[in-house]
Ligand binder design. Structure first.
Ligand SMILES: *[C@@H]1O[C@H](CO)[C@@H](O)[C@H](O)[C@H]1NC(C)=O
Ligand SMILES: *[C@@H]1O[C@H](CO)[C@@H](O)[C@H](O)[C@H]1NC(C)=O
Ligand SMILES: *[C@@H]1O[C@H](CO)[C@@H](O)[C@H](O)[C@H]1NC(C)=O
Ligand SMILES: *[C@@H]1O[C@H](CO)[C@@H](O)[C@H](O)[C@H]1NC(C)=O
Ligand SMILES: *[C@@H]1O[C@H](CO)[C@@H](O)[C@H](O)[C@H]1NC(C)=O
Length: 142
């Protein structure tokens, strides 16, 4: 009963020092996307290349994909299509570029493109800004 402080404050103090580091190191990690809303036009038969810059919390903490978002319905691109490729380019420990390339563009490739990242820890997804892609006739290109 004569020590430093009464039992209640000491208990609080111990609780605080044991909770604080745990709270800060377990801060949930939600990846985000840096991408400006943009617009691009591609002549039919040409190649589309779009980048999505993902800020994340290191390898294994996220997953990402490119998709079409026409009418605000996100649907992932079909990577079995030989024309479609998504390349993962590491930038730094916590930043990665997802580069979408579509070769031999067809008219029906016109639309809204968007990337989506998912934080695997909390299973929360984040969308990049949309890019409005218009496919033009060959003669219209330049
Ligand atoms: C996408 O990023 C890659 C790697 O940084 C770069 O080489 C390429 O030019 C970029 N493409 C576009 C369309 O910005
Ligand atoms: C994806 O593309 C492949 C090859 O073109 C095709 O066989 C498959 O049915 C497509 N899948 C979907 C979900 O559209
Ligand atoms: C786009 O057109 C091509 C060629 O006509 C066809 O094979 C493909 O299934 C079409 N894709 C979509 C998403 O409608
Ligand atoms: C993540 O969330 C999506 C959408 O809410 C759900 O469909 C999916 O099953 C979840 N995945 C996991 C691994 O919990
Ligand atoms: C995308 O661009 C086309 C061509 O300018 C336009 O007609 C269409 O409304 C645009 N879509 C959106 C959602 O902005």
């Amino acid at each position: 009963m004569t020590g430093i402080g009464t039992p209640v404050p000491r208990l609080l103090f111990l609780l605080l020092i044991s909770l604080l580091p745990a709270v800060s190191s377990k801060e949930p990690c939600v990846p985000s996307v840096i991408a400006k809303r943009s617009f691009t036009s591609i002549p039919v038969g040409g190649a589309l290349s779009l980048n999505c810059s993902v800020i994340h919390c290191g390898p294994g903490s996220w997953s990402g994909e490119w998709g079409r978002s026409d009418l605000d319905n996100f649907s992932p691109l079909n990577l079995s299509d030989d024309r479609v490729q998504v390349t993962v380019i590491p930038v730094r420990e916590t930043q990665t570029t997802l580069q979408l390339t579509i070769q031999n563009i067809m008219y029906n490739d016109s639309g809204e493109y968007q990337c989506r990242v998912i934080g695997t820890e909390l299973n929360i997804s984040n969308m990049g800004h949309k890019t409005n892609v218009t496919v033009t006739g060959k003669e219209q290109a330049y």
